[in-house]
Design a binder for this molecule. Structure first.
Ligand SMILES: Cc1cc2nc3c(=O)[nH]c(=O)nc-3n(C[C@H](O)[C@H](O)[C@H](O)COP(=O)(O)OP(=O)(O)OC[C@H]3O[C@@H](n4cnc5c(N)ncnc54)[C@H](O)[C@@H]3O)c2cc1C
Length: 448
């Protein structure tokens, strides 16, 4: 008889949710967790579902916010993380904040009480060849397991730090100022020759920008997190500190570009934005990974001509974060293409945040259970928040520049006939969430 047990490694947001979902579908689950035997620098307890930093699950608005929509989808699927958050909610306006200890204790008690879940404490440091496994070991995956994963995937497909450049919604860029062009018009096709959005700066604008970078509030690496910056990924403000001209000879060099909005105006510096998804709705600011605080980032980046009214799908950052190059490594069931008995879920797949990680755990748990039950579970349609996220990490994102992603409406296919830009936003977001809920319900109903 084939072994119908699902082994899950990591009892964080994703692993706890995956265990809950699979066990509720009748699957025997063994949950392997290294804490408290082996610690990370960020976790403080041996509880499942420990929140390592903020106690917020962000916006709970399921009509106007993509994270709120993800909450709604997880609740509809009987999610443990959402139920535990709702049971331990604190007043926080439109956000869903929780009492972190009570939240993790609630999750731990539910997991321990489930008749189909057993727990084994100890580090898993290899990728097993037999059995059905789901790895949800998170941003702080233990070094031994990280080495085993890198040996399987190749070291260039597993990152140990993220280097996130801010991502801007394409429809919020002022195209009267910015223009589309690749440096030296490189590329075979017109699409390639116009792959970048370019924002020009005069000398005065450049000088003011360098001053603002120097003055901006920055965050420090968390204690225990430091390992220095890695080659080619210096924060933009650190590059600027090395000399006022460094950026002009680096990511902001103005060469090989002609301003389509005024060919006679030779820019002193140019900020380039590169397409971040196949849909072309998101662009990242090339080379602008940063340790500036979020408030400072929006202020400083809006000084860039063409980005005065930019909306950011995500802001930049650099963190200790183990994650796979999922677009090349995982199939749409979150299985490792080279070893299909192994799935990944959570932040290690290249999503970012408690909610996104739990959502990917929910999906992976259901997918693994369906496989063990001999059923077929397609991913949710990518008009839904969960579907948009899994589609992004397993194929929609540009693999070469893949960095962790939060859920946001830029990942959703555009709505026909809806007005773009800031003015139509409220109606558009409602359109996205209405469409998502209908499609998600159909997907969920199809599983019974
Ligand atoms: C310092 C820091 C601060 C953060 N702050 C925030 C924040 O404020 N808001 C937010 O939304 N997100 C934050 N994050 C990201 C957050 O940690 C993740 O989004 C979320 O916890 C990821 O869920 P996960 O289940 O993928 O990983 P985790 O919740 O980290 O769970 C992974 C589990 O796997 C276990 N594990 C690791 N390796 C092994 C192994 N080899 N064998 C057995 N068990 C193992 C770990 O002990 C852990 O319990 C932060 C991350 C870090 C590192």
């Amino acid at each position: 008889m084939t072994d119908k047990t699902l082994h899950i490694v990591g009892g964080g947001m994703a692993g706890s949710e995956a265990a809950w979902q699979a066990a509720n579908l009748g699957i025997n689950v063994v949950l392997h967790e290294m804490r408290p035997k082996v610690e990370t620098f960020a976790h403080q307890t041996g509880n499942f579902g420990e929140m390592v930093c903020s106690n917020s699950f962000r916006s709970d608005d399921d009509e106007q916010n993509a994270v709120g929509l993800l909450h709604w989808e997880m609740r509809a699927a009987g999610g443990l993380v959402m139920a535990s958050a709702d049971a331990n909610k604190l007043p926080a306006g439109g956000a869903l904040a929780v009492d972190r200890e009570a939240f993790a204790e609630h999750i731990t008690a539910k997991i321990n009480a489930h008749p189909l879940i057993s727990v084994e404490f100890g580090e898993v440091s290899e990728l097993p060849t037999d059995g059905t496994w789901l790895f949800a070991t998170g941003p702080l995956t233990s070094p031994a397991l990280g080495a085993a994963i890198a040996a399987e995937t190749g070291t260039d497909r597993l990152a140990f730090f993220d280097a996130i450049a801010p991502i801007v919604y394409a429809d919020s860029v002022n195209m009267d100022i910015a223009w589309l062009q690749s440096r030296y018009d490189k590329g075979e096709t017109e699409e390639e020759q116009k792959a970048y959005l370019n924002c020009p700066m005069t000398k005065d604008q450049y000088e003011a920008f360098i001053d603002a970078l120097a003055a901006a509030d920055k965050t420090e690496f968390h204690e225990g997190e430091t390992a220095g910056y890695f080659d080619g990924c210096l924060p933009i403000e650190v590059m600027a500190e090395r000399g006022r001209e460094t950026l002009r000879f680096g990511p902001m060099k103005p060469v090989g570009l002609t301003n389509a909005n005024g060919p006679e105006n030779k820019p002193y510096a140019v900020v380039q934005l590169r397409r971040d998804n196949k849909l072309g709705t998101l662009y990242n600011i090339v080379g602008f990974q940063t340790k500036m605080k979020y408030g400072a980032q929006t202020e400083v980046f809006k000084m860039i001509p063409g980005l005065e009214d930019a909306s950011f799908a995500r802001l930049g950052g650099i963190h200790r974060n183990t994650f796979l190059n999922s677009p090349t490594l995982l199939d749409d069931q979150m299985r490792l293409k080279s070893r299909p008995n192994i799935r990944f879920a959570g932040q290690v797949t290249g999503v970012e945040g408690y909610v996104e990680s739990a959502a990917m755990g929910l999906l992976a748990g259901r997918m693994a259970a369906a496989e063990l039950l001999g059923r077929d579970l397609p991913p949710p349609p990518f008009t839904t928040a969960m579907g948009a996220l899994i589609n992004h990490i397993t194929g929609g994102a540009e693999a070469k520049t893949f960095q962790p992603m939060n859920v946001n409406f830029g990942l959703f296919p555009p709505l026909d006939g809806m007005r773009g830009g800031r003015k139509g936003r409220k109606e558009r977001y409602k359109g996205y969430t209405d469409r998502a809920k209908d499609d998600y319900n159909q997907w969920l109903d199809g599983q019974i």
